[in-house]
Design a protein around this ligand. Structure first.
Ligand SMILES: Nc1ncnc2c1ncn2[C@@H]1O[C@H](COP(=O)(O)OP(=O)(O)OP(=O)(O)O)[C@@H](O)[C@H]1O
Length: 369
């Protein structure tokens, strides 16, 4: 958590939209508090409509803040117009100038700042190197692929050295493979340039890939802020776990094979209000050899098996502690045929323990001196 006076602090921010006469206003952001330290990348992760873009736009100054404060290095940004905040913006569709060359796009912000021509040229070459487009300066943007365009948009946003870069779903318009590659490149570019950034996405893989910390949002509120491994290991609530892709919630006793949890597995699984979140790799398929069933394994019927480079992914109807559920498990070796009766066991390393009804948790912000 950043100290007050260091980087971005958002405190109790509310963003509302007037829905017109006779309709109630929409509260898109409902009292959010967050900090982003200098040099850090924070992802805002959440489902469509949860208020991510509204929060980002409020930080940018594009949307008025109905309550709360946004500060940079302790200075209140209330009343500071967008172009005076020193923040950079990048959107899903890059919004390049179509009739300029790549270099003409990247140097745009530097021209506005009246940076001398030689310094502009050097900076453009440096940034094209950072985004992996060396030698592309003279290309017309109309001749570029979607991925190349987003790289140009990133170089353009980074060129004036914004003190904060705000990225709104910058990779969503790209296909999956390209998105994964660009997510890695984006992370490298932000780190190499020491840029402080807030990155909006609805894709948890992308958030984990790009950000140092992730803020999970739902219905205008922040549910949890944590590093990717912390978030994955210890989701604060079932809502967070569901959003991260945990597929089922079983009683905590499912993890206790008559003794304490295995080393490396989730800790603190006991207690009446706890449950086990079963992750995508949290179930293992065991043969049902007709012998007495081992403790804490459950019968299941194979629905489908799909080969994946990391192992066979098996869809099963599991007769588990929460009734019959269609779940995905990982099988070692050959893919079992549909209809095969098997047993499944939990793999503690692929599970997390969550409270059943954990309250929404806001990040605590030190009070201003
Ligand atoms: N200009 C607007 N006028 C009225 N309501 C709006 C406006 N912009 C957003 N909203 C509403 O505010 C809520 C939050 O929208 P926002 O775009 O911030 O969510 P989001 O998490 O970024 O979603 P998405 O991922 O779909 O862009 C939604 O209910 C949306 O319908």
């Amino acid at each position: 958590m950043s100290e007050v006076g260091d980087g971005l602090v958002v405190r109790d921010v509310v963003v509302r939209y007037d829905a017109g006469r006779r309709k109630a206003a929409v509260t898109a952001v409902d009292g959010v508090s967050l900090g982003v330290a200098r040099g850090e990348t924070l992802a805002l992760l959440g489902p469509s409509g949860c208020g991510k873009s509204s929060l980002l736009r409020a930080v940018a100054g594009l949307e008025p803040v109905a309550a709360g404060r946004v500060t940079w290095d302790g200075g209140d940004l209330d009343g500071v117009p967008v172009h005076r905040r020193g923040f950079g913006l990048m959107f899903q569709d890059g919004q390049l100038f179509p009739h300029r060359t790549v270099a003409g796009n990247v140097e745009y912000g530097l021209r506005v700042e009246r940076v001398p021509r030689d310094a502009r040229r050097d900076r453009v070459a440096e940034l094209l190197g950072v985004v992996g487009l060396e030698g592309y300066g003279d290309r017309q943007v109309a001749t570029l692929s979607g991925g190349e365009r987003q790289r140009v948009a990133l170089a353009r946003a980074l060129a004036p050295r914004p003190r904060l870069l705000l990225l709104d779903e910058p990779l969503s318009a790209l296909d999956r493979g390209l998105r994964e590659r660009l997510a890695t490149d984006l992370r490298v570019a932000l780190r190499e340039t020491g840029t402080t950034a807030v990155f909006v996405t609805h894709d948890h893989d992308e958030a984990f890939e790009v950000a140092d910390r992730v803020a999970v949002m739902a219905r205008g509120k922040v549910l949890q802020v944590a590093t990717p491994p912390e978030l994955w290991r210890a989701p604060a609530s079932r809502a967070v776990a569901e959003f991260l892709g945990y597929q089922a919630f079983w009683p905590a006793s499912a993890l206790d094979p008559g003794g304490p949890s295995e080393p490396g597995g989730p800790r603190g699984s006991r207690g009446p209000d706890r449950s086990v979140a079963v992750g995508p790799a949290g179930l293992r398929v065991l043969p049902d050899d007709g012998a007495a069933a081992p403790a804490n394994t459950w019968p299941a019927t194979v629905v489908e098996s799909v080969f994946r480079p990391r192992g066979v992914e098996v869809t099963l109807d599991v007769e588990g502690p929460a009734g019959v559920e269609r779940l995905v498990a990982v099988a070692a070796g050959a893919a079992p045929e549909p209809g095969t009766r098997v047993r499944v066991a939990l793999d503690p390393a692929g599970c997390a323990v969550v409270g059943r009804e954990a309250p929404a948790r806001q990040e605590s912000i030190p009070t201003t001196p």
